[in-house]
Design a protein around this ligand. Sequence first.
Ligand code: NA7
Length: 538
Amino acid sequence: MTDQDQPQHEAIIIGAGVAGIYQMYRLQELGIDATVLEAADGPGGTWYWNRYPGARFDSESYTYGYSFSKELLDEWEWSEHFAGQPETLRYLNHVVDKFDLRRHMQFGCKVAGASFDEEGSFWTVHLEDGREITGRFLLTAIGMLSAATLPNIEGVDSFEGEAWHTYYWPHDPVELDGKRVAVIGTGATGVQVISEIADKVGELTVFQRRPNWCAPLHNAPIDQPTQAQIKASYDEIFEICRQTPGGFLHGPDPRKFRDVPEEERLTLWQKLYETPGFSKWMSNFIDVGINPEANAEYSEFIANKIRERVNDPMTAEKLIPKDHGFGTRRVPLETHYFEAYNRGNVHLIDINETPIERITPKGVQTTYQEFEFDLIIYATGFDAITGAFDRISFTGVDGVALRDQWADGPDTFLGMGTTGFPNLLMLSGPQGGSVSTNYPRGIETSVDWITDLLCYMRDHGYRRVESREDAELEWLQHVQEMYQFQLMSKVKSWFTGYNSNVEGHDTIRYQIYPGGAPRYRERLEEVASSGYEGFKLT
Ligand code: NA7
């Protein structure tokens, strides 16, 4: 091969979010030439885009930061236990500058497609502006919730007031004072927005299709003694995160629900409800997510909390999920969410009773009435995990399109590779561990593993890696098995790949790895130590 046939870069990383930043850091450290292509005009990924009011962590701040640099851990001070979006974006920019990564990042580069050159074993990335960039390896750091979806309601474009999807919230402040505002969607995002703006707008009307099991976040500022204590215990904090299934500080209670007397159960549940963060989801009895009886009882405990917090009993009942049990969908953590509905200016519309017929120039037309608004906020979520892949035209061996290959659901090996797409390595790929955990904890695992693979290939003179079909099939079977015994597998959510706004996403899709981070890491280690069995290396 002549020099002209060589790709421009050893690696191209798509995305400068949490994953892309750390991947670039690792490659720079090893002296591997790489470039990061990012559509936005700065780094941050999810934290760059989601600027809506109330956007903040549900993970403890100090479990979300990177763990790789002691110096970074020592110097960075999170101001709150659950930091808001502006602080997280500042943090990610700080990391980029501290480690001098910006010089490897190209902003304003929207990737339209990427095609694999079989002869040369490299990827050509096609940018929307017509440019092409080539790289031996293509590393996708394109996020798991980065393909925002508007509702498939007629007339969305016809509204004459201001309208935003939460993901695309503008950089300049949006005037809320005295405005008539609609929020459509009550997932984790809608719940944060509603809680934050209820006392800042004139009238707030919430259009709810399905309520979620929301529970208190209990955020608080971090005082100096606590700050010092956090810094002194980072080793311990990250070790706990390593051991828990979700990569959080919250691990399950090993006891089964029935093995504990009722009074003791209630004491634990009350304690969990009062504890900050995801404890009420993840520190419960081990069988609450798999045993319908345990789940029903815990759900009733939480339902009673909602009844206590919402003054109007009819509104309270509307806010209590009836079609799924606690924790079988993503649990939104909230700050005074339920109390928002006690305000005179906040109105809850159950769109199962009065469906939305269309968006009109003036507002929202339901089967009952037309509501007029100044601002509509679409908190309608994402084409989760595979959506970001579907929006880029990846073409692999024999001209096969990834979006066709995955039309009925993704097939991957470990969430890292997919057959027919050599040298495409996915940092937050479907069925992988990073999309199923406290994201940076999972990402550090994926990035380190992929970096080791690249070093192994370099040391052994390989230049092409592709996952094997039989390994993928086995992995899919394992992923399906992990889904099947959990109650969440029966419930429509982005965990199970349902999205009413995306054509064809109306049956189960195995999107995440529900077997827990320690089990996932074990499998990764096995594969690496066997010389990457499950991958074809040539
Ligand atoms: P989610 O959790 O997918 O929530 C989207 C919400 O929007 C949810 O309440 C949906 O109702 C509702 N929705 C979606 N489409 C429509 C239409 N067409 N009509 C009415 N209502 C609709 O997204 P989020 O942004 O809240 O959270 C995503 C993740 O980001 C979250 O899990 C965190 O990890 C961060 P549904 O429940 O489907 O009936």
